[in-house]
Design a binder for this molecule. Sequence first.
Ligand code: GAR
Length: 194
Amino acid sequence: MTTKIAVFASGSGSNFQAIQEAILRGELDATIELVVTDKPDAFVVKRAEKFEIPVFSFTAKDYKSKADYELEIIKVLQEKEVEWVVLAGYMRLIGETLLAAFPYHIVNIHPSLLPSFPGKDAIGQAMDHGVKITGVTVHFVDEGMDTGPILAQAAIEVVEGNRAATEERIHAIEHVLYTETLKQLFENKVNIYH
Ligand code: GAR
């Protein structure tokens, strides 16, 4: 059965595009029903338009609370019968409202080997710390900041003193690891209640 997903992003959306291209190549049996963004001007919106995928964009400060905008998002996700929420550079903590609506069905990708370097600018944190190896983590989302159960990780060598090159390596493995992990999840090959 084809799995219906929504991708949440706040920025460039290269991971969104990688997932959509894997779907189009027939590597992932899923459809992206919706892109959700909290940054109406983000480049991910342009990418979604190119693939003719609907976008729900919102501005958090227009709402009284996180619960208020999450309830609105949930309404759209339910209309579109979305089963999985895939965070791809969505730079906001998921609140209890959305978590309760999608128990163990929200995943995130983070550009470090968690539990090292959670939060913002994980690549910068890793380079400032002087680590030689860093990487990416795909994990379930819980109420914490990048703290949910880990599903998959992959490592890269830091290119010393060269953030752009390091970032390029991170993105290259993200694009492969996210699709592979989603495939395993959607085919029920992962015990999600460990
Ligand atoms: C990715 O590197 C992703 O791991 C990171 O944002 C980038 C989004 O890139 N996410 C986080 O830092 C979440 N804490 P993209 O917009 O090109 O997919």
